[in-house]
Ligand binder design. Structure first.
Ligand code: OAD
Length: 247
């Protein structure tokens, strides 16, 4: 029996909803053992300089360092498994006519948990693309330094870095889902990085019920209709249990 308190009004709104959109951030993978970015003690950006590791300029200055940092993160991700939060979202998908899961995460844990319609806003760490042509050339293979594309430019991880545009198709799908859903769930994100952070606000303006699941308050909390303070791995299974019992 899960002891999280899920408001019955929220369950009723979910029971009557046809379209649901979800935005996830690093917090949903925290219980799998992947560090978040902005936690003051354990967050990646508390220990590493994003200007050196997550910008095109940083890559141009020191491609080997950036390549190695992503290789380490990739190895860590390969060693973890989806947690009950990821699995609950995969199960939740089956309750609605349209369910769009938009993620800022690059770790494939939603797909590994069985989610089908996943929109990756910030790319995927498993893929590599040409740093000049911006074309995905395949899966990452272990090498000491970044290999070269056929065009001669270096290959880089297929992730979005600071100062870069989001993949246009992914952002368009995310916006469409946010603007046409009845319920929007924002889970495990500090809601600080734009344009992803704009999605719950777009949903709000379009009249959706906005729900936040996060143990801490965020920039979104004061706008959300429901704030469920807790770990995604506890709150989401409780929400699923309530919904399944009411459907
Ligand atoms: P952040 O590190 O900014 O925020 C993680 C959020 O997860 C925080 O609000 C935590 O309180 C919350 N959290 C921690 N544990 C949780 C749990 N068990 N369940 C639910 N929530 C939990 O990560 P993001 O918001 O994902 O971008 O960061 C957004 C982007 O900034 C990332 O995609 C990355 C980063 O720079 C790029 O690399 C382009």
């Amino acid at each position: 029996m899960n002891t999280c308190i899920i408001p019955s009004e929220l369950v009723e709104r979910l029971v009557s909803a046809r379209r649901v959109a979800v935005l996830t951030g690093a917090g949903i993978s925290a219980e799998s053992g992947i560090p978040t970015f902005r936690d003051a003690l354990t967050g990646l950006w508390a220990h590493y300089d994003p200007q050196e590791l997550a910008t095109p300029e940083g890559f141009a200055r020191n491609p080997k360092l950036v390549w190695e940092w992503y290789a380490e993160r990739r190895a860590r991700i390969a060693g973890v498994a989806p947690n009950p939060g990821h699995f609950a979202l995969a199960a939740l998908e089956k309750h609605f006519e349209r369910f769009t899961l938009v993620t800022q995460n690059i770790d494939s844990l939603h797909q590994r948990a069985g989610s089908r319609e996943v929109v990756e806003l910030h790319g995927n760490i498993a893929r590599v693309k040409c740093s000049a042509e911006e074309i995905v050339v395949g899966e990452y293979a272990e090498t000491e330094s970044p290999p070269r594309c056929r065009c001669g430019a270096l290959l880089r991880p297929d992730v979005v870095w600071f100062g870069e545009m989001l993949p246009a198709g992914a952002m368009a799908r995310a916006e469409e889902a946010a603007e046409h859903c009845e319920v929007f769930l924002s889970i495990g994100t500090s809601a600080q990085v734009y344009p992803a952070a704009e999605l719950p606000l777009r949903a709000l303006s379009a009249g959706a019920t906005v729900v936040e699941i996060n143990p801490e308050r965020t920039a979104l909390s004061r706008h959300a209709h429901f704030v469920l303070p807790g770990a995604a791995g506890k709150v989401l299974p409780a929400l699923l249990e309530k919904l399944a019992a009411s459907a």
